[in-house]
Design a binder for this molecule. Structure first.
Ligand code: SF4
Length: 203
């Protein structure tokens, strides 16, 4: 079996709970989430398949890192459970980032980050990361956060501004204001995440 890969690289995690930790990133190619609200700007477009790799090929490419982060595209589009099992057998810690469009309950992951882009089916995990669109009104964002707060179960919740082409966050002041707004962020459930790797000039 071979998996379609966009890229495999080693870098520091720039987003969410593991900021600054070294890991190998395995970016699976393709994304079936056609109703994703940021699909137009998405730079991980489905056509960017660069190679097809076996599980052994992937193990060889990531072997110098303890943590392996499976991302996309939408990694759950692919049959990656054998890859996860092989990574764990090789004593890697396996993280995965998904838009949450399908359930991965029961998958043997060490860390699951869900960043909702369309209808949310995976409603639990370690990290929930909401990218706040610059054009959203305060009420629209409040409504989205309230919906995500009810009926979901995550240890950590992050609001993340959109990143501009130069790597800086487009709407950082607005997101900070949302976090400081007690009516929206009651009990300080949500914290700030940025794409720090972009301004570190790392991949
Ligand atoms: S779900 Fe993710 S990879 Fe797919 S189009 Fe949206 S942002 Fe891009």
């Amino acid at each position: 079996m071979k998996l379609p890969i966009t890229e495999i690289f080693h870098s520091l995690q720039g987003e969410g709970h593991f900021v600054g930790y070294p890991m190998a990133f395995v970016r699976l190619a393709g994304c079936s989430v056609l109703d994703c609200r940021i699909r137009k700007e998405c730079d991980e477009a489905p056509w960017k398949v660069t190679e097809h790799l076996t599980i052994d090929d992937i193990l060889e490419r990531v072997k110098r890192q303890s943590i392996v982060c499976l991302t996309g595209g939408e990694p759950t589009d692919h049959d990656i459970l054998p890859l996860i099992a092989a990574l764990r057998s090789a004593e890697h810690r396996v993280h995965m980032e998904t838009s949450g469009v399908r359930s991965v309950d029961g998958w043997p992951l060490d860390w699951l980050t869900v960043s909702p882009k369309a209808e949310l089916r995976q409603r639990s995990g370690h990290t929930l990361k909401l990218v706040v669109r610059p054009e959203w009104s305060r009420d629209q964002t409040k409504d989205t956060i309230e919906k995500l707060d009810s009926g979901t179960n995550f240890f950590h919740r992050y609001l993340q501004p959109m990143t501009q082409a130069d790597g800086t966050p487009a709407n950082l002041p607005e997101v900070v204001a949302l976090l400081l707004d007690e009516e929206i962020n009651r009990g300080a459930r949500w914290a700030l995440s940025t794409q720090a790797h972009r301004f570190w000039r790392l991949p």
